[in-house]
Structures are given as C-alpha cells and as structure tokens.
Design a binder for this molecule. Structure first.
Ligand code: ZN
Length: 281
C-alpha cells in the first residue's frame, strides 16, 4: 500500500517538474522533501528548476505539457476530449472544476470574448473572465461536439451529463474523474504508436512491444493544479495586481493568497534589480 502511495506521489512530482515548478514549490504542494523530489526528477531526465528560476523562463510551461503532441492525440479520443477541453479552459481561465461543470452556453459572450461565471461555491466566485485564443478554441471544440449530439441551446451545459453513454446537455456533468484519469495515464506505444491505457505489453497484437516503462506526459497531474498554475503564472508575470488576480480567479484561500502575493513580491524584487545595475552611457 505504502508503495502504491509513494508511486502516486512520485508521478505527481514528475508532472509538476515537467510544468517547470521549482523544488520549493513542489515540496510545498506534495510534502515530498526537495532532495527526494530532485532525485526523482533527475532520474526521469527532467531539468530541475533552480531556486532563482530558469536563466530565461520558458514561456507557459503548463501549456507546453498540455499541448504535447502525444497528449493532443490522446485528446482526440472521444471519451477523453472532454477532460482535455476542460483542462485547457482551467489553464486559460483559472476556473475550478465545479465552475466548468456548471458553465452554460448562455454564460459565454462570443462577441466580447468573455465568460460570465454566475454559479460558484463562493460569492466572490461571480466574475467575468476574458477569453484568450486557446480558451476560445477549447470552447469551439466543445460546441462542435455538442452539435454532433443534437441542437445546441443557450440553456444547455457546456459539459453536459454523460452517463452510461446517454448524453444529456440539460444536466451538468457529474464528474470527469474517469476521463481525467484516462487522459493523464494514456501512453503511446513507441513501436506502433497505438494510444492505450497503461499496460506492460502493447495491446496491438501485431506489435506486442514492451510498454512497461512508458508513462503519460501528464502523469500525476491533478485537475486543480491547472487553476493553481494559471494563478501562479499571473502572479509571476507581475502584470496583474492582486485585485486583478482576485477578479479573475474569484475566491482564493488565505493560504493560497499568501503564496501568490509572495510570488508577486519576488517578481517585483526581480523587476527592481535593474535599478541597482550600473548606469551605462
Ligand atoms: Zn505497439
């Protein structure tokens, strides 16, 4: 049992490492000592982010993982497409899983490229979020999918209920836990390319390559990490004030708020370093 738990923690460390999180941040989130986390990442060939950040910060590391070609291919699987669209939205809007599940087509203003969130677990959750191109693309994918099932009404849920293969857009989907688990564990055989659930031997009977060592590029990534990552990125950019972050993300727990304001302070500290640089003529 302990080994299973350890393996899960390890996969989580690897996923966060791929997202470019610092060791300190990984330790805070997973409660795995940074020395251990560093050893996991090195063994998996993932570069460890130094405490001061990368020399030149990679643009949107979370987006890189989520747009990995292998993940993209997995997302075309009809069962998993939904979880993938939800992930892209969480990453680009800071929306929570429960907010995404309650999102209706009427809440989207295509013309002004906005989402208006009415229903949330807190009052502070009522907010307007501008849509970036990838968020719009994810919504268009969901729209296309919905019209394949029938007429799309404004009152319908973007992530409609789908139980035992019965699609009902008049009710919100209960959970995408299964789809999310499938999406974050899917592997692609290195010999024949077949996309499949983790297995010791490729399921393609003509291939049967050894697939024991393969892991999904999204392994261990929790859905909530996406929102967290989006907010951290906002804070790190130094472009958004605390009020702006709150206006976009809605309610943030005091502990998370402290964390985000610390990230912002660090960004400001870095920005002001230019003032101490010698003036050149
Ligand atoms: Zn194969």
């Amino acid at each position: 049992m302990a080994n299973v738990l350890n393996e899960e923690k390890k996969q989580q460390v690897l996923a966060l490492g791929r997202l470019g999180w610092s060791l300190r941040h990984i330790q805070q989130t997973t409660r795995i000592r940074r020395e251990t986390a560093s050893a996991y990442l090195k063994a998996a060939g993932i570069a460890v982010r130094p405490p001061s950040g990368w020399g030149r910060r990679a643009p949107k590391p979370a987006n890189e993982v989520i747009t990995d070609p292998e993940v993209n291919r997995a997302a075309r699987h009809p069962e998993w497409q939904l979880a993938y669209c939800a992930a892209r939205l969480a990453l680009t809007t800071t929306m929570r899983a429960c907010e995404l599940r309650h999102l209706r087509w009427a809440d989207i203003n295509w013309e002004s490229e906005l989402i208006i969130i009415n229903k949330s677990k807190t009052e502070a959750g009522e907010r307007v979020i501008p849509l970036v191109p990838d968020a719009i693309a994810a919504l268009r994918d969901m729209q296309k999918r919905a019209t394949e099932f029938g007429t799309l009404l404004a009152s319908h849920y973007v992530f409609g209920s789908c139980e035992h293969g019965n699609y009902d857009p008049t009710r919100p989907m209960r959970s995408w836990r299964t789809a999310w688990r499938n999406l974050t564990t899917a592997i692609s055989c290195s010999s024949c390319g077949l996309l499949q659930r983790p297995t010791p031997v490729c399921r393609n009977t003509k291939c049967i390559a050894d697939t024991k060592e393969l892991i999904s590029p999204l392994a261990g990534l929790r859905f909530h990490d996406l929102r967290h990552h989006a907010i951290t990125e906002l804070a790190e950019s130094g472009e958004a004030s605390e009020q702006t972050i709150m206006a976009l993300a809605g309610h943030v727990s005091p502990r998370m708020l402290r964390h985000y304001s610390h990230v912002r302070q660090e960004a400001k500290r870095k920005a002001i370093q230019v003032l101490s640089a010698p003036v050149r003529a």
